[in-house]
Design a protein around this ligand. Structure first.
Ligand code: F6R
Length: 241
């Protein structure tokens, strides 16, 4: 496991740099897995700017979403696909971005999730970007998720819903479920970049990498992955020394 330690801005540039390298590599159609949420936001702004300056081409990759809320109307601004279309893909016509979702807004049914599961099993991503929840979730694999889990619909944990409330969600609108890649899907990626910034992630990172792998901390499965890079702020790094 490789550690990259710095402030959030330096880390965002380092993450955007690694994604750019993959896009600029000779690979014909690289596949990159995208998380949403606060942690990757600045990296996405940087990537959007690089595309606008024609230093990279965001249209030459297949972008694979980690997860999506279930039950939100297609035009809801908090859907993860809407968030990605505003952030990293802001300004790009929908048709030119190849974005694969576990729960697309036009066909949100069981069949689309089956197709997604097959698509990611068929061609795992070259690079997977991950955030981590306070409870150690990666994607929406909440504590207790089986390490062999595949893409599926899950119930969001109380901790996750508490964090969503803190993030401004109205309880009445707040989803109870999400479609998520499973832990075995995440483990199939060739390379994982895990972002953990600030005090609120310290305990989750300690459990994930300083205790034996255990389903009570889903991110601990990453101890078994051969190519993980942690992008962490100094307070998070302290627990790994
Ligand atoms: C979002 C996702 C989640 C987040 C995690 C951290 O697509 O899969 O696992 O990465 O909840 O969220 P932030 O970055 O907002 O702290």
């Amino acid at each position: 496991m490789e550690l990259v330690i710095g402030d959030e801005e330096d880390l965002a540039h380092a993450v955007a740099g690694r994604i750019s390298e993959v896009l600029l590599s000779g690979a014909r159609c690289p596949r990159v897995g995208l998380a949403t949420g606060k942690s990757p936001r600045l990296s996405y702004e940087i990537l959007r700017a690089l595309h606008q300056n024609q230093q990279i081409d965001l249209t030459r990759a297949v972008w694979v979403m980690l997860d999506e809320y279930v039950g939100l109307p297609p035009d809801h601004e908090r859907r993860f696909d809407s968030e990605l279309r505003r952030s990293i893909f802001g300004g790009l016509p929908l048709a030119v971005v190849n974005l694969l979702s576990p729960f697309p807004n036009d066909t949100s049914d069981g069949d689309s999730l089956d197709l997604f599961r097959e698509a990611i099993a068929d061609k795992p991503v070259n690079l997977q970007l991950l955030g981590i929840g306070r409870n150690g979730h990666i994607a929406f694999n909440e504590p207790g998720s089986d390490f062999s889990s595949r893409a599926r619909i899950v119930r969001l944990s109380e901790t996750t819903r508490d964090d969503m409330m803190r993030d401004g969600w109205d309880v009445a609108d707040m989803p109870t479920h999400a479609a998520t890649q499973g832990l075995s899907d995440v483990m199939a990626s060739q390379e994982v970049l895990l972002l953990a910034f600030g005090e609120s992630k310290v305990e989750a990172i300690r459990k994930a990498f300083r205790e034996r792998p255990n389903v009570s901390c889903p991110a601990s499965v990453l101890q078994n992955h051969p190519n993980v890079k942690l992008f962490i702020t100094p307070e998070v790094a302290q627990v790994l020394r």
